[in-house]
Design a protein around this ligand. Structure first.
Ligand SMILES: NC(=O)c1ccc[n+]([C@@H]2O[C@H](COP(=O)([O-])OP(=O)(O)OC[C@H]3O[C@@H](n4cnc5c(N)ncnc54)[C@H](O)[C@@H]3O)[C@@H](O)[C@H]2O)c1
Length: 367
């Protein structure tokens, strides 16, 4: 076993609910460190049937001497359900969990969202620790306290803001992550830079080849930069009254693409990748930004191996109809996150649907 190495600590500043994001290698093995975030004697580890065989044993070693058990989901977005929250709560009940119990989320965003929501519900809110194992969950979903589950009526329709007590980013877990999932996570790093961090964007351009090759040193820097950026936004606007909404750059387009692809054609990060390019093209069409910025965004995404055009078989009119349903819209206008160029996203209301449709048509791949 190699020695755990803590490389960076980033604080999410939320007063008495502030918490650290620890980033390093083999941190799962450093129980002496992560156990400092536990307050009581009861722990429920929530994971899934893909991740648990890879990493649960290492957590188990660290939990020695405590009352703990595990609850494993089947793999996939389809299992982020209320029914599974119910079963996880019953597992807490069977454990005899008290108010100082802790839920540990070991897995990607699906596990993290469900585990966080379970922790928010048990006795009206107990501690939870995020141990993200996908790049997307490391740089995005595990930081900021959005938790929840899906309903048949739509994704993430039920949830709560509930901040973790700590986030443990063990980059060693990325060694087993499939390449496509890795690239999808990188889309979220690029998104943060595109929204509000132009110097980070330029740095990503310089290191795109190394990041595509998963070189450790630039990867740690990229993760830390995105976490730092998101931590700042969350600290300023925890419950999305304003600035935090900017993090949804590309999401309205992306969600429409994910839904049209029945959640199997595209990963979330891939939808965001195409969605950001569409948002940039729409901004350009509305005279808000320059073509050169759209091109830089496209080139960076492509250098990582991400898609930037609407795949063949997607109907622009159907996509527009799905965008109208997106929960980020008010009654009759399209409200979108657009940009003035790299690092300068903004919320724009009253966007003309004809402009959106024109962009969707232009970006569609002919079959
Ligand atoms: N709460 C938030 O702020 C927020 C933000 C963005 C996304 N999300 C949510 O996150 C979810 C997507 O998260 P995701 O992209 O991590 O997907 P995921 O949790 O489904 O993980 C992707 C795949 O990778 C596998 N996996 C995870 N870690 C692995 C590892 N180390 N080695 C090998 N395989 C591994 C998983 O089993 C799964 O098959 C969605 O439900 C989305 O709604 C939440």
């Amino acid at each position: 076993m190699s020695k755990p190495t803590l490389l960076q600590t980033i604080q999410v500043a939320l007063g008495d609910r502030s918490y650290p994001v620890w980033i390093g290698r083999d941190l799962l093995d450093d129980a002496a460190h992560w156990r400092t975030a536990l307050r009581g004697k009861h722990v429920l580890v929530i994971s899934n049937r893909t991740v648990a065989p890879l990493y649960l044993q290492r957590i188990a070693l660290g939990l020695d001497g405590l009352h703990w058990s595990s609850f494993l989901l089947d793999d996939g977005e389809a299992h982020k359900t209320f029914a599974n929250v119910g079963l996880a709560l019953e597992a807490l009940g069977a454990l005899g969990a008290t108010r100082d119990a802790c839920v540990i989320a070991l897995g990607g965003g699906v596990v993290g969202d469900l585990a966080g929501f379970t922790a928010a519900c048990w006795m009206r809110g107990i501690d939870f620790i995020q141990m993200p194992t996908t790049l997307l969950s490391m740089v995005d979903s595990s930081v900021g306290g959005k938790t929840g589950v899906n309903l048949p009526a739509g994704k993430n329709l039920v949830g709560a803001f509930h901040q973790p007590r700590a986030v443990l980013v063990d980059i060693g877990t990325l060694d087993s992550l499939p390449a496509r999932e890795y690239r999808a996570g990188m889309a979220e790093v690029i998104k943060g830079a595109a929204i509000g961090d132009a110097p980070l964007f330029a740095w990503l351009e310089q290191h795109a080849a190394a990041l595509a090759a998963r070189e450790e040193q630039p990867l740690v820097q990229a993760i830390a930069a995105k976490v730092r950026y998101k931590a700042g936004v969350v600290a300023r606007d925890e419950t999305e009254q304003g600035e935090r909404a900017l993090l949804n750059l590309g999401h309205t387009f992306g969600h429409a693409l994910e839904t049209a692809g029945r959640y199997t054609a595209l990963l979330h990060g891939e939808g965001v990748s195409i969605g950001m390019v569409l948002a940039a093209k729409l901004s350009e069409r509305l005279g808000m930004s320059a073509a050169a910025d759209t091109q830089r965004l496209q080139r960076l995404l492509q250098a990582i191996g991400l898609p930037t055009a609407i795949p063949a078989g997607f109907d622009p009119d159907h996509l527009l109809a799905l965008m109208r349903l997106d929960k980020k819209h008010t009654a009759s206008t399209l409200r979108l996150i657009l940009w003035r160029g790299i690092g300068r996203a903004e919320i724009v209301s009253g966007v003309n649907e004809a402009d959106v449709l024109a962009v969707l048509r232009e970006a569609s791949t002919r079959a």
